[in-house]
Design a protein around this ligand. Structure first.
Ligand code: TYC
Length: 102
Protein backbone atom coordinates (compact mmCIF):
# COMPACT_ATOMS: atom_id res chain seq x y z
CA UNK A 1 0.00 0.00 0.00
CA UNK A 2 1.01 3.64 -0.11
CA UNK A 3 3.26 5.14 -2.75
CA UNK A 4 4.26 2.72 -5.51
CA UNK A 5 7.89 2.79 -6.50
CA UNK A 6 8.73 2.03 -10.10
CA UNK A 7 10.35 -1.21 -8.99
CA UNK A 8 6.98 -2.40 -7.57
CA UNK A 9 5.17 -2.31 -10.92
CA UNK A 10 4.39 -5.69 -12.38
CA UNK A 11 2.87 -6.44 -15.76
CA UNK A 12 -0.20 -8.55 -15.23
CA UNK A 13 -0.85 -11.31 -17.72
CA UNK A 14 -4.45 -12.19 -18.60
CA UNK A 15 -5.16 -15.71 -17.30
CA UNK A 16 -4.84 -18.16 -20.19
CA UNK A 17 -8.40 -19.51 -19.81
CA UNK A 18 -9.96 -16.08 -20.37
CA UNK A 19 -8.11 -15.32 -23.59
CA UNK A 20 -10.22 -15.49 -26.72
CA UNK A 21 -8.94 -17.98 -29.29
CA UNK A 22 -6.99 -16.38 -32.14
CA UNK A 23 -8.96 -15.77 -35.36
CA UNK A 24 -7.65 -16.10 -38.89
CA UNK A 25 -8.52 -14.28 -42.08
CA UNK A 26 -8.57 -16.33 -45.24
CA UNK A 27 -6.95 -14.34 -48.05
CA UNK A 28 -6.93 -14.85 -51.81
CA UNK A 29 -3.79 -13.80 -53.69
CA UNK A 30 -3.71 -12.45 -57.23
CA UNK A 31 -2.09 -14.24 -60.15
CA UNK A 32 -2.13 -13.63 -63.90
CA UNK A 33 -3.85 -16.85 -64.98
CA UNK A 34 -6.86 -17.81 -62.85
CA UNK A 35 -10.02 -16.64 -64.66
CA UNK A 36 -12.00 -13.90 -62.93
CA UNK A 37 -15.27 -15.84 -63.05
CA UNK A 38 -13.58 -18.85 -61.41
CA UNK A 39 -12.55 -16.63 -58.47
CA UNK A 40 -16.05 -15.15 -58.21
CA UNK A 41 -17.49 -18.69 -58.08
CA UNK A 42 -15.00 -19.68 -55.34
CA UNK A 43 -16.09 -16.70 -53.24
CA UNK A 44 -19.76 -17.64 -53.70
CA UNK A 45 -19.36 -21.35 -53.08
CA UNK A 46 -16.81 -21.42 -50.24
CA UNK A 47 -17.41 -18.07 -48.54
CA UNK A 48 -21.19 -17.58 -48.98
CA UNK A 49 -20.82 -14.27 -50.81
CA UNK A 50 -23.51 -13.10 -53.20
CA UNK A 51 -22.44 -12.43 -56.79
CA UNK A 52 -22.06 -8.68 -56.22
CA UNK A 53 -19.83 -8.94 -53.13
CA UNK A 54 -17.87 -11.81 -54.67
CA UNK A 55 -17.16 -9.65 -57.72
CA UNK A 56 -16.02 -6.74 -55.51
CA UNK A 57 -13.61 -8.96 -53.56
CA UNK A 58 -12.26 -10.56 -56.77
CA UNK A 59 -11.61 -7.09 -58.27
CA UNK A 60 -9.88 -5.96 -55.07
CA UNK A 61 -7.56 -8.98 -55.29
CA UNK A 62 -6.99 -8.33 -59.00
CA UNK A 63 -6.17 -4.63 -58.44
CA UNK A 64 -4.42 -4.68 -55.06
CA UNK A 65 -2.83 -8.14 -54.94
CA UNK A 66 -4.84 -9.67 -52.12
CA UNK A 67 -8.25 -9.61 -50.48
CA UNK A 68 -9.97 -11.01 -47.40
CA UNK A 69 -12.65 -13.67 -48.00
CA UNK A 70 -13.69 -14.08 -44.35
CA UNK A 71 -12.53 -14.47 -40.74
CA UNK A 72 -12.76 -17.84 -38.98
CA UNK A 73 -11.43 -20.00 -36.15
CA UNK A 74 -8.14 -21.73 -36.98
CA UNK A 75 -9.66 -25.09 -37.97
CA UNK A 76 -12.37 -23.60 -40.18
CA UNK A 77 -9.85 -21.26 -41.87
CA UNK A 78 -7.43 -24.13 -42.52
CA UNK A 79 -10.22 -26.26 -44.01
CA UNK A 80 -11.36 -23.42 -46.31
CA UNK A 81 -7.78 -22.90 -47.53
CA UNK A 82 -7.38 -26.62 -48.24
CA UNK A 83 -10.72 -26.94 -50.08
CA UNK A 84 -10.13 -23.83 -52.21
CA UNK A 85 -6.59 -24.91 -53.13
CA UNK A 86 -7.78 -28.43 -54.05
CA UNK A 87 -10.63 -27.04 -56.16
CA UNK A 88 -8.37 -24.54 -57.98
CA UNK A 89 -5.54 -26.95 -58.65
CA UNK A 90 -7.93 -29.71 -59.79
CA UNK A 91 -9.20 -27.20 -62.36
CA UNK A 92 -5.62 -26.40 -63.42
CA UNK A 93 -5.50 -22.86 -61.98
CA UNK A 94 -2.59 -21.49 -59.92
CA UNK A 95 -4.88 -19.64 -57.46
CA UNK A 96 -3.29 -19.21 -54.03
CA UNK A 97 -5.27 -19.01 -50.79
CA UNK A 98 -3.63 -18.45 -47.40
CA UNK A 99 -4.61 -17.81 -43.79
CA UNK A 100 -3.25 -15.01 -41.56
CA UNK A 101 -3.79 -14.52 -37.85
CA UNK A 102 -5.90 -11.41 -37.28
N1 TYC B 1 -5.71 -11.54 -62.19
C1 TYC B 1 -6.60 -12.57 -62.69
C2 TYC B 1 -6.93 -12.29 -64.15
O1 TYC B 1 -6.67 -11.22 -64.66
C3 TYC B 1 -7.89 -12.62 -61.88
C4 TYC B 1 -7.68 -13.05 -60.48
C5 TYC B 1 -8.38 -12.42 -59.46
C6 TYC B 1 -6.83 -14.11 -60.15
C7 TYC B 1 -8.22 -12.83 -58.14
C8 TYC B 1 -6.66 -14.51 -58.83
O2 TYC B 1 -7.24 -14.29 -56.50
C9 TYC B 1 -7.37 -13.88 -57.81
N2 TYC B 1 -7.51 -13.27 -64.82
Amino acid sequence: MGTRRESDVVLERKPEALKLPPMYQVVLLNDDYTPMDFVVNVLQEYFNKDRQEATQIMLKVHNEGKGVCGIFSRDIAATKVELVMMHAHAAGHPLQCVMEEV
